[in-house]
Every structure is written in structure tokens, then in C-alpha cells.
Design a binder for this molecule. Structure first.
Ligand SMILES: N[C@@H](CCC(=O)N[C@@H](CS)C(=O)NCC(=O)O)C(=O)O
Length: 207
């Protein structure tokens, strides 16, 4: 399998961490929509990362659809998202907020870095940052991994990756210290091999 995307993309990174946890070998092409749009469009008609090229050549895109496929391949006993209610429903709620936070963080960041300085619309940046903050408040209050579990379910993978992304992309604009329980979860996992192997710095160092 070939994973298309850079690790700075939290969507790409959560797929990479999941592949590693599930013991599924893959190659990676660290492309981005900004530098390699034509190549990315060849694998994803919308021109976004991640995409996963399967061994038979079929291409999957959208991180949640890719992860759903991986869970189907390994089966319900090893799936990273619980296969049945009520745990499945509970985890989907956490993932919906985590992914929403990533989407709004990306929107704020794009406004700040993609526009000429005199064309940045600060109310739009603030609107998105406000949504990031309220999403983080909710996650901080509502997400606690199931007790006595050292497993890495998709909720933990996505939350740890999200937290790293926010620190890197918007650390100067957010007060990350106030999300104590998310910070503790991040500290528990971020230095473990499984997350270090996919740290966004890896791509920067290779440039
Ligand atoms: N919902 C998508 C989001 C993917 C996404 O937004 N990827 C970003 C990189 S972090 C991208 O390729 N952006 C380029 C663009 O939107 O033009 C997923 O979960 O895969």
C-alpha cells in the first residue's frame, strides 16, 4: 500500500499511525496539495491528502473512509473503532468533534498563511479559532479513554494527532495549557515510538 500525504496533515498522520498499529506495511509519498497538486489530483479528484493506494491499485481517500476500510480488513476484534453500539456511537461523537476542530484549525491557518497580509480577514480567523476553542473545551470535558486500557483506539490516535497539529500550526494563537486532560493524554503518548515515527518534523528534516 502507498499512503499519499505529509505528516503535518493530521488526517494523513492518523491513517499512518493506524496502519502502524495494525501492523500493515506501507510506503509513503509525502506530497501536499500546495506543492504537488497535479500528483495529488491523480489519486484524489478533490486534490486533498490523504489518499491510500491499495495493493490492487484501487485508491481510497478521506481519512475516515480509509480508516473504515482498515477496520474492515482486520475485523471487529482488532478494529480501532468499536464495531457495535453503544461504544461505537460514543467514539464517533468524540471523532466528530476532533475532526471538526482540525477542519476549523485548518481554515484559520489557511486564512493566515494563504492570503496576502493586507487581505487577511481577521473576523473570519477569529470565528474559526472560536470554534476550535469551543470544540477543545468540549473534548477536554467529555473525552476520557476507557479505563484500564493501554490500547490505542481511534479516538486516542486522532486526539493525540490533533493536539500535536494545533501546537505546531496554531500554538501562538491558542492557549493549549488550559486543556489539561487533553494535554495529559498527549503527554502519555506523543513520545512513544508509534507517534514519534510519524512526527511532522520527519518531513521537514527530509526537505
Ligand atoms: N476530510 C478530509 C480532510 C483532508 C484535508 O483537508 N487535507 C488537507 C491537508 S491537512 C488538504 O489536502 N488540503 C488542501 C486543500 O484543501 O486544498 C479527510 O479527513 O481526509
Amino acid at each position: 500500500m502507498i499512503l499519499i500525504g505529509r505528516f503535518l496533515s493530521p488526517y494523513t498522520r492518523r491513517v499512518a499511525v493506524s496502519l502502524n498499529i495494525l501492523g500493515m506495511p506501507f510506503e509513503r509519498r509525502p506530497l501536499t496539495a500546495w506543492h504537488n497538486l497535479e500528483d495529488v489530483r491523480e489519486v484524489n479528484p478533490v486534490g486533498r491528502i490523504p489518499a491510500l493506494i491499495l495493493d490492487d491499485g484501487e485508491v481510497l481517500f478521506e481519512s475516515s473512509a480509509i480508516l473504515d476500510h482498515l477496520d474492515q480488513v482486520v475485523g471487529p476484534g482488532r478494529a480501532l473503532l468499536p464495531p457495535r453500539e453503544p461504544d461505537r456511537r460514543a467514539d464517533l461523537r468524540i471523532l466528530a468533534v476532533g475532526l471538526g476542530v482540525m477542519d476549523k484549525a485548518a481554515a484559520a491557518r489557511y486564512e493566515m498563511v494563504m492570503r496576502p497580509e493586507d487581505k487577511i480577514h481577521q473576523p473570519w480567523v477569529d470565528h474559526n479559532l472560536g470554534q476550535v476553542r469551543s470544540g477543545l473545551d468540549w473534548l477536554n470535558a467529555h473525552f476520557s479513554p476507557r479505563p484500564a486500557s493501554d490500547d490505542l483506539p481511534q479516538t486516542v490516535i486522532t486526539t493525540v494527532v490533533m493536539y500535536d497539529f494545533l501546537n505546531i500550526a496554531l500554538g501562538d494563537h491558542l492557549e493549549m495549557d488550559r486543556y489539561e486532560s487533553l494535554g495529559a493524554l498527549s503527554r502519555k503518548w506523543r513520545e512513544t515510538d508509534i507517534f514519534r515515527e510519524t512526527h511532522p518534523d520527519i518531513d521537514t528534516k527530509q526537505e
